[in-house]
Design a protein. Structure first.
Lengths: 282, 120
């Protein structure tokens, strides 16, 4: 079972939900921080046995003795990562998506792929949680390959919770595309609603079942509730706007530890999703 | 010899576009024939990324020897250089002003990109 925690708007509480949901499990669970541009799950867990791996991407390299400057590679590349202007091709590594197409299409076998470092993954343990976090190197823009490297470490026999990046662009798609269920976190504000609507369109396009969690309930208006009602979207949890939650968060504490009265909320979320996912599978 | 100018217009009185990669059109002027043609660049203008590289490929395909534009980023610069195209940055208001400055030798060839990449 793979569950992604996503949101349209940033800062709605994805990490809070993901980490507290993981803590609510009474069995071994995997937690994957797929927000590789700014992973922050680790701030809430005391990590042991940290193992780091380097993530690389295959970038083409031109063998100038073989290249005839035919330009096939440049015509093929959708991202302008390799171009030939009546010359030997120029490679722009920062544009490359690592698909390997240029190498396959080259009639002279003049291209070779060289692995280039783009980030790291770190796997660690914290009580019953195995955390894998991705970290894209500073200055780079290509998050999806690092997200895929994080997801490649999922052990299918254990439940996995994925903390997705915000928004609705490629990194989010890379994080959520093969999950069983998406928890969509929002806040009851006009911004929250606007970006929730975009994110709902995204998961509907991908055909993934989802439900909405309203964080800081009571702080804004009722339009998120009306939206969910009108679209027949299940509202699976509301977390009240409680200053003590923000204070615990700012100290890097889990809600379920700092404020035990909220523990049943996350336990119910866990049970509810379990039922939904298995219902979906039937 | 052919020179490319960046523009959003269709003739020599049109304004010189300060952008290269995302210019809407290129006006290509033939110095020997004193004629010009206009190429549409809308496809690159709306590219998510790599517009400068693609635009450089476009002007190279039309066999230009020089480019006069407002600004040129590092990836476009590298591609234009590989194609053997000389780059001149100009703040001239119109294409005809820029052409006049080129003819009278008032434009100096750029030896590096003059703006940063939009991406990294």
């Amino acid at each position: 079972m793979k569950i992604a925690v996503a949101s349209g708007k940033g800062g709605t509480g994805k990490t809070t939900i993901a980490v507290n949901l993981a803590a609510a499990f009474d069995q071994a669970v995997q937690l994957l921080d797929c927000d590789v541009e700014e992973p922050n799950v680790h701030l809430f867990l005391k990590r042991d046995n940290i193992a780091e791996r380097i993530v690389t991407m295959p970038i083409p390299e031109v063998d100038e003795t073989r290249c005839t400057g035919c330009g096939e590679c440049g015509c093929f590349c959708e991202f302008n990562a390799i171009v030939s202007v009546g010359s030997k091709p120029l490679v722009f590594p920062e544009m490359c998506h690592g698909c390997g197409g240029c190498q396959k299409i080259c009639p002279e076998q003049a291209l070779r792929e060289t692995p280039v470092r783009i980030g790291t993954t770190k796997t660690s343990t914290s009580r019953h949680i195995t955390l894998t976090e991705g970290n894209l190197d500073v200055g780079l823009a290509m998050a999806p390959p690092v997200i895929k490297a994080v997801k490649a470490q999922v052990q299918n026999e254990l439940p996995a919770i994925l903390d997705a990046p915000p928004g609705t662009s490629c990194p989010v798609i890379a994080a959520i595309r093969d999950v069983d269920y998406v928890i969509m976190v929002t806040e009851p504000t006009p911004f929250g609603l606007h970006d929730l609507a975009l994110a709902v369109d995204m998961v509907n396009t991908l055909g993934i079942p989802f439900g909405v969690v309203v964080n800081r309930a009571g702080s804004g208006d009722h339009r998120v509730h009306e939206f969910c009602h009108n679209r027949n979207i299940s509202l699976i949890l509301e977390i009240p706007d409680d200053r003590r939650i923000a204070e615990a968060y700012s100290r890097g504490e889990l809600i379920v530890d700092a404020l035990p009265e909220y523990k049943p909320l996350f336990a119910r979320l866990k049970t509810g999703i379990n039922t939904l996912v298995h219902g979906v599978h039937r | 010899m052919k020179i490319a100018f960046t523009t959003s217009g269709d003739n020599l009185t049109a304004a010189l576009d300060s952008r290269f990669g995302r210019a809407s059109k290129f006006l290509i002027y033939d110095l020997e024939q004193n004629t010009h043609m206009v190429i549409d660049n809308n496809q690159n203008r709306n590219a998510a990324q790599g517009a400068g590289i693609q635009s450089a490929e476009t002007v190279a395909r039309f066999g230009v020897d020089a480019l006069v534009t407002g600004h040129c980023g590092p990836k476009a610069f590298r591609t234009l250089k590989a194609a053997g195209i000389k780059i001149y940055n100009s703040s001239a208001g119109t294409i005809s002003d820029a052409l006049e400055m080129y003819r009278s030798g008032k434009l100096t060839e750029a030896n590096s990109a003059d703006v940063d990449s939009h991406w990294t």
